[in-house]
Design a protein around this ligand. Structure first.
Ligand code: HEC
Length: 160
């Protein structure tokens, strides 16, 4: 990642941390199901210090992005977050018909819902996924995704 992008992300992290400090944190199961990882394509890797993030999605979503079409319902994006080479957690976004209707407008990220899974695929019950949405809302112009713009460059080797 370029130094500029890194600074942007650091700034976003600080801003998000500040904005959620006062929120109540509570367990939150939602509509997101853990996907079949074997059905997903690993299209990019983001490295930052000892953190390595392998990011993947469905072939159908990749085709949609490449062709400038909307990403279909039923799509998962997964960020497999590794620390010092060891799997730490999975961040998952899932788009589903009507998923957005479950949130008020101030929180909604179109029809995407978010979830944090531990390596055993259980949910992190301490996470309030409004935090995920709050940050990803900054990416509204790219369907709430940060790295989808890399998909057209994918030629079989994860884009770095
Ligand atoms: C402080 C801002 C911020 C918060 C909070 C955040 N994300 Fe993200 N997310 C990012 C950024 C930036 C990326 C791009 C990868 C990178 O630079 O680390 C990303 C990437 C992703 C991706 C890969 C698809 C994409 O958008 O490129 C998924 C999936 C994801 N996040 C899920 C989550 C989930 C689930 C949560 C909450 C548990 C969450 N995110 C919270 C900023 C955030």
């Amino acid at each position: 990642m370029s130094k500029f992008a890194y600074l942007l992300v650091s700034g976003a992290l600080a801003a998000c941390a500040a904005s959620v400090a006062g929120w109540q944190v509570h367990a939150e199961a939602n509509r997101v199901q853990f996907p079949d990882l074997d059905a997903l394509v690993h299209y990019t890797t983001v490295r930052r210090g000892d953190v390595t993030e392998h990011i993947m999605t469905t072939p159908a979503a990749m085709a949609a992005v490449k062709n400038g079409r909307p990403i279909p319902a039923g799509t998962h994006f997964v960020l497999a977050d590794h620390r010092d080479g060891k799997l730490y957690r999975y961040f998952v976004m899932e788009k589903g018909e009507g998923f957005g209707a479950e949130y008020d407008e101030a929180r909604r990220t179109a029809d995407w819902q978010f979830q944090w899974f531990w390596p055993d695929k259980s949910i992190n019950i301490d996470e309030n996924t409004a935090r995920c949405q709050s940050c990803h809302r900054g990416q509204e112009d790219s369907d709430y995704l940060y790295t989808a713009y890399r998909i057209p460059r994918f030629d079989g080797t994860p884009v770095e």
